[in-house]
Write a protein that binds this ligand. Structure first.
Ligand SMILES: [Zn+2]
Length: 260
């Protein structure tokens, strides 16, 4: 199964990294809907899309504005003028129609706010304790920290599993470790270097060695560090120490394709 990083950044988009959006094209699944969502049209394989939202911050939701444009671009298929006006209008109608095949799944506490902020054309769904996924999979969610609204996701199919944790402080004995235990692939927030650990804790983000420790404690198979900091706060210097704790880690980047 393949995951595409449409946006691996956080906070604000940069030339290098759009904000949070991760796609599993064969099942039409998107995890978060940050600015990177605009790229979905390049990978679209399914008639419908299911978008799972971790929390309401703009860097995880602002891409919902680009759904219509993405469908429109996909349906135009690279056509350039001269184009018949009728065809153009028909494509607009079809793109609008495509919105009704997009289900946005979010905690019911944030659904009304999201619905008010973005297009009404999509289907808005209160996240269920267990979501059935195409291909015989399931998605479960959990609070990453009892004092914060961000939720984490675990997705499982026979032979494939993935967990996604963002905007969270990685720490020993974090309650969410049990929820991500043993997954094939962990995408985990890593927004700043170890030298900024105190700042990361204040802004509800993580640094490399703490994430590596969580990955080791959770006995996951592979770790991708995501939610890149837009202020050029490099984490590469910390990777040797982090790999001493958990060797199978990489830094995610926009356009990265990960088999799991
Ligand atoms: Zn974020």
């Amino acid at each position: 199964m393949k995951l595409i990083m449409l946006g691996s950044g956080g906070f604000i988009p940069t030339e290098e990294a759009q904000t949070a959006c991760y796609m599993i094209p064969e099942h039409g699944i998107l995890l978060d809907a940050g600015s990177g969502l605009f790229r979905f049209s390049e990978y679209l394989q399914t008639e419908s899309l299911d978008v799972y939202i971790t929390h309401s911050h703009a860097d995880h939701t602002s891409g919902l504005f680009y759904l219509f444009g993405g469908f429109f671009k996909h349906l135009m298929g690279g056509a350039v003028p001269p184009i018949e006006l009728e065809r153009f209008q028909e494509t607009m109608r079809a793109a609008n129609q495509s919105l009704s095949a997009v289900r946005i799944h979010a905690d019911e506490s944030i659904l009304p706010k999201l619905k008010d902020s973005y297009y009404p054309g999509m289907v808005w769904c209160a996240l269920q304790a267990r979501e059935e996924l195409p291909g015989g999979g399931r998605l479960t969610h959990f609070l990453c920290h009892p004092a914060h609204p961000e939720i984490g996701f675990r997705l499982e199919w026979p032979g494939h599993s993935l967990a996604y944790i963002t905007d969270t402080v990685a720490m020993p004995a974090a309650a969410y470790i049990e929820h991500i235990r043993g997954v094939d692939l962990l995408l985990h927030d890593c927004n700043g270097p170890d030298s900024s650990a105190d700042i990361m804790a204040m802004v509800n983000h993580s640094h490399p060695t703490s994430v590596a420790q969580v990955a080791a404690d959770a006995d996951v198979k592979r770790l991708m560090l995501i939610h890149k900091n837009p202020l050029n706060w490099e984490i590469t210097e910390d990777l040797p120490a982090a790999r001493q704790i958990f060797p199978y880690l990489e830094i995610g980047y926009d356009g990265m394709e990960v088999e799991f």
